[in-house]
Write a protein that binds this ligand. Structure first.
Ligand code: TYD
Length: 414
């Protein structure tokens, strides 16, 4: 069933304006085992719309979250940079919010416990909530109490009734993932103690547009947020953003700090006005700022295909991909790349290795394949980890291997 929604998931207005239509795509994290290679793969429309009333950018496909999130191949702990960011966050949050043994930190979408384990080490009680059984098991084994469930108002009421209201609620890379955004934010409002702080991280729509990061658009990501739209959403549910930090993760993310609307203790900080000003300067309060994105996606796609054609067909060079990230799936599928252009994709996540990327069916192999096959070009699909990947694979230069980033325009590095 390829149904779509006709109304904005936040404000209910008709969704009539296109942001970009990426066609019909398989689920980006639906890695395929060898025995399923010949079976048909479910495809869903990946059509992103702009709500012209509230300016929330969202795709309109109806995809059941159970289909996407109950067995999740994404383990946050595999990125060293990500783990370091989590460690620093926990230390700072403890100091700034004065958290201790009588406090509680609740994380929505707590994955394998990559963040909460740092609070556990600091002696602060935690509770993780994640619908994916496989990652939650890893978290529990690491000493992070984790409940396997979806979060919303009903779950929040249950947590509060059990005495699990939170001094700090964290939701990193989650606000984009919950189709019923009103229910999720209503839940956050309920689970947050008076005087509590809510922080969330999400990729910034301003960066997506500016840097043509169309590969970060996939079914898991129902929403693409600006700060101005998120302020509107939180405000409707009685929450207020008082600070914003800009982070390098996922190609440019924002970390918001919010509290109850009526909480007088948190004055607005300069980070918030800085990001608001950047968005206003980019015209994101007007519909025109969103037009033209589709054309830039088309140009980026042509440039990547031209590079692959030149490298593989004319120069007989060998290209391999690095990072079987969801964004890699999307990039390859939107561009129609197949095994004639890219031999394989390296990924160190054990759960992905030996499988095949959805759609393109490129095989996912371990990192040792690089030394063995000595490719000419490493196409960095997980470009948000570019520096870490280039450091790790610095040895490809021994045989003249070079790195390529696919976006905003395919570019061979150095
Ligand atoms: P990421 O960009 O974090 O996720 P997504 O686009 O799915 O949200 O995914 C990075 C992928 O790259 C992940 O599958 C792990 C892999 N990876 C490695 O295998 N080795 C590495 O050194 C790094 C940095 C990433």
């Amino acid at each position: 069933m390829n149904d779509t929604v006709a109304a904005c998931r936040f404000c209910g207005s008709a969704l009539e304006t296109d942001f970009v239509d990426l066609g019909s795509m398989p689920l980006a994290n639906n890695f395929i085992t060898r025995d399923k290679l010949d079976k048909p793969e479910p495809h869903y429309p990946l059509h992103v719309k702009l709500c012209t009333k509230c300016l929330l950018v969202q795709h309109n496909a109806i995809v059941s979250p159970e289909n996407i999130f109950t067995d999740y191949p994404y383990f946050s702990s595999y990125s060293a940079a990500w783990c370091e960011q989590a460690r620093r966050y926990a230390l700072t949050a403890k100091q700034r919010l004065g958290l201790g043994p009588a406090s509680r930190v609740v994380e929505i979408g707590s994955n394998d416990g990559y963040l909460l384990r740092h609070f556990v080490e600091l002696g602060i009680p935690v509770l993780g909530i994640d619908p994916a059984r496989n990652v939650a098991e890893v978290a529990r084994a690491a000493g992070v109490p984790t409940e396997t469930r979806f979060f919303g108002a009903a779950a929040a009421r249950d947590l509060v009734a059990r005495g699990c209201a939170a001094d700090l609620v964290v939701a990193n890379n989650v606000l984009a993932h919950v189709p019923d955004i009103n229910d999720a934010i209503a839940g956050l409002k309920l689970v947050l103690k008076p005087g509590g702080v809510f922080t969330a991280e999400f990729p910034h729509l301003l960066r997506l547009i500016r840097e043509v990061q169309f590969d970060t658009i996939y079914h898991e990501h129902f929403f693409y947020y600006s700060i101005m739209v998120l302020e509107r959403i939180l405000s409707r549910h009685g929450l207020r953003i008082f600070n914003v930090e800009e982070l390098p993760s996922h190609g440019g993310s924002l970390r918001i700090f919010a509290c109850h609307q009526e909480d007088p203790t948190h004055a607005e900080e300069p980070g918030l006005s800085r990001v608001r000003a950047a968005e206003e300067e980019a015209g994101m309060d007007r519909i025109e700022a969103y037009a033209g994105f589709a054309a830039r996606v088309k140009e980026a796609r042509s440039a990547l295909l031209a590079f692959l054609d030149e490298a593989t067909r004319r120069m007989a060079k060998r290209v391999v991909g690095f990072g079987a990230a969801a964004k890699g799936s999307t990039l390859l599928n939107v561009c129609g790349v197949d095994g004639s252009q890219v031999d394989y994709v390296v990924d160190e996540t054990p759960a992905k290795r030996g499988k095949y990327l959805p759609g393109s069916h490129l095989p996912i192999v371990g990192i040792e394949a690089v030394r063995r096959t000595r490719p000419d070009y490493i196409l960095i699909l997980a470009w948000n980890h570019k520096d870490e990947i280039m450091r790790k694979l610095a040895y490809v230069r021994e045989w003249g291997g070079r790195f390529v980033v696919p976006l905003p325009r395919a570019t061979v590095l150095g």
